[in-house]
Design a protein around this ligand. Structure first.
Ligand SMILES: Nc1ncnc2c1ncn2[C@@H]1O[C@H](COP(=O)(O)OP(=O)(O)OP(=O)(O)O)[C@@H](O)[C@H]1O
Ligand SMILES: Cc1ncc(CO)c(N)n1
Length: 269
């Protein structure tokens, strides 16, 4: 039977990040995708031009509609915007006892627009992180969540340990923002061992939605029954292919190519 994955996230009208990136990624990895929308953003490759959050009630109803009928083998959260939305998301994850929960703690869009209010960070740490099987912060997000400054690999390890102590079972600190290095290194900590997944840094401005796409691929793999380690391996491979196979869409930071991974797999056959 086909596996099902849910994304609880914001809409990116430009199609490169948010719900749109998640659903495209689920489809490419042959998982049935569902969504609960937290906010509509008017967004393109040049930036965020408007943010229109849903009511917490509307978010809760969408999740309940899925939980009461269809179910989900894994789910991810992306842009949650405010504390009320975070609280109802946490309540409903508990209600349906969903375990394969990936939290991508989206905070700020590439151009600097806030996708999570500053005062909601406490709610994220208190209500949502203890329910996460995996959290996938980028470096600035890991800094906000831990209060640490992250410059070196040792700093990344300290931040991962600190997030583990907040109740998250598996931590991936993504290295996309380490842009003075020739590699993009993601650190994975499962509470016991540290693993580093390194790839060649691709020189490009088209990295809009890389984080959403990475966490969606991870979620799809968990839905299919992969271990967290194997899901991270596939997610890294998926995002590397998607960044490499340039699309050149829009005038600013363009999206990645969600089709690239499957295109490559098909070419191998
Ligand atoms: N230029 C690049 N070359 C290779 N890999 C990259 C590059 N930029 C990002 N990545 C990879 O993409 C994934 C997402 O990392 P990143 O730190 O960019 O997430 P993010 O900041 O949350 O993304 P966004 O906010 O744009 O959605 C990671 O696996 C990272 O290593
Ligand atoms: C809706 C949305 N979610 C997440 C991100 C982060 O990439 C974005 N730019 N827009």
């Amino acid at each position: 039977m086909i596996k099902k994955a849910l994304t609880i996230a914001g809409s990116d009208s430009g199609g490169g990040a948010g719900i749109q990136a998640d659903l495209k990624t689920f489809q490419e990895l042959e998982v049935f995708g569902m969504s609960a929308l937290t906010a509509v953003t008017a967004q393109n490759t040049l930036g965020v031009h408007g943010v229109y959050p849903m009511t917490a009630e509307a978010v809760a109803k969408q999740i309940q509609a899925i939980g009461d009928d269809i179910g989900a083998d894994a789910l991810k959260t992306g842009m949650l915007f405010n504390a009320e939305i975070i609280q109802v998301v946490a309540e409903n994850l508990q209600k349906f006892a969903w375990e394969n929960v990936v939290v991508d703690p989206v905070m700020i869009a590439k151009g600097g627009a806030p996708l999570l209010l500053e005062e909601a960070v406490t709610a994220l740490k208190k209500y949502l992180l203890p329910l996460a099987k995996v959290i996938t912060p980028n470096i600035p997000e890991a800094e906000v969540l831990t209060g640490l400054v992250i410059r070196t690999i040792e700093d990344k390890k300290d931040a991962a340990k600190s997030l583990f102590n907040l109740g998250v079972k598996n931590i991936v600190i993504k290295g996309g923002h380490d842009d003075d290095t020739s590699e993009s290194a993601d650190l994975f900590f499962d509470g016991k061992e540290f693993y580093t997944f390194t790839s060649k840094r691709i020189p490009t401005k088209n990295t809009h939605g890389t984080g959403c796409t990475f966490s969606a691929a991870l979620t799809a793999e968990l839905a299919k029954g992969a271990t967290v380690y194997d899901a991270v391996v596939t997610a890294k491979d998926f995002i590397q292919a998607a960044i490499e196979d340039q699309l050149e869409i829009g005038q600013g930071h363009g999206p990645t190519n969600h089709w690239a991974y499957r295109k490559r797999e098909l070419a191998r056959k």
